[in-house]
Design a binder for this molecule. Structure first.
Ligand code: ADP
Length: 273
């Protein structure tokens, strides 16, 4: 390698044209990577810096709310302010999670995640979020564990569940499952909610991409959940699969490949030994 190439990042693509012909394209992406790094640092720093003023604002707001005359016009205004500061707080927190998760290119895939335990926690969370207004169904394959990062996986699963509830009218159905298949383990969330038009599906994991802004904003959310989910899944050799029909509902799922699955009842493994 030439000394000029030191510290530079090259992207190399090889395209085959059949009959033994190849095209090799090398692109210097050092500057692109630098800018990307600066953007990430900037977002992480700003999010971090916003946390303190937000906490102070929320503290004073709570104090003012407790002193306000019941029924006065200020009460309504303060409720609005409380809602908006809460929204800002979740955004700041999610931006920090996203920048952390984007930064860690690799994670330790040696640690066993007890999925049965995690599914119990997710079930409790789903029950709390649904306020008894949804028909929830839950299935968890027994003894089907995996290698990975529990926090990241939990945040991926929680995002899918909270979205299913958020984008489904009360009275609707949400099915959550973790099952064994021949190629691995599938986590899946199906709702009977709004559904998504096909042109949006490919863009849902982009930061801040939201289908119908006015409506989605009303329902809370930050527009960052699926971006976080995508990164968490890529750390587990997996990706998000989305099928949806407008007005009927959606299924968000992901497959954890068999090499990351640890199953007490996995006879394949026993045979291989
Ligand atoms: P948000 O915080 O807005 O929910 P997400 O990144 O989690 O952000 O989701 C991005 C967008 O994808 C949402 O704003 C919503 O428009 C759409 N979406 C996500 N999940 C569902 C779902 N289960 N049903 C319908 N739309 C969904």
């Amino acid at each position: 390698a030439s000394p000029h190439a030191e510290g530079r990042v090259l992207e190399i693509r090889v395209m085959g044209y059949g009959s033994g012909q190849f095209l090799l394209i090398a692109r210097d992406i050092t500057r692109v990577r630098q800018l990307e790094g600066m953007r990430k640092d900037f977002v992480a720093n700003v999010s971090h810096e916003l946390k303190t003023p937000l906490t102070v604002l929320q503290g004073y707001l709570e104090m003012m709310q407790s002193m306000a005359e019941p029924g006065s016009p200020n009460v309504k205004a303060m409720e609005q302010m409380q809602q908006q500061t809460n929204r800002m707080r979740s955004m700041v927190e999610q931006l920090l999670v996203l920048s952390r998760i984007e930064d860690s290119a690799e994670i330790n895939l040696e640690v066993t995640v007890n999925m049965s335990h995690m599914m119990e926690i997710l079930k409790e969370e789903a029950n709390a979020l649904s306020h008894g207004e949804y028909e929830l169904s839950f299935y968890s394959e027994p003894n089907l564990h995996l290698y990975g990062n529990e926090l990241e996986l939990r945040s991926a699963c929680s995002n899918l569940i909270s979205n299913a509830i958020r984008y489904t009218e009360p009275g609707g159905k949400v099915d959550i499952s973790w099952r064994k298949v021949a190629t691995g383990g599938i986590f899946s969330v199906t709702d009977s909610g709004d559904g998504i038009a096909p042109q949006h599906i490919g863009r849902l994991t982009e930061r801040f991409y939201r289908v119908d802004n006015a409506r989605t904003r009303q329902r809370g959310g930050t527009g960052l959940g699926l971006a976080i989910t995508k990164h968490a899944l890529s750390h587990h050799q997996s990706e998000l699969m989305i099928t949806s029909e407008l007005g009927k509902g959606s299924t968000f799922s992901f497959l954890i490949p068999i090499n990351l699955i640890e199953s007490d009842i996995n006879t394949d493994k026993v045979e291989r030994l």
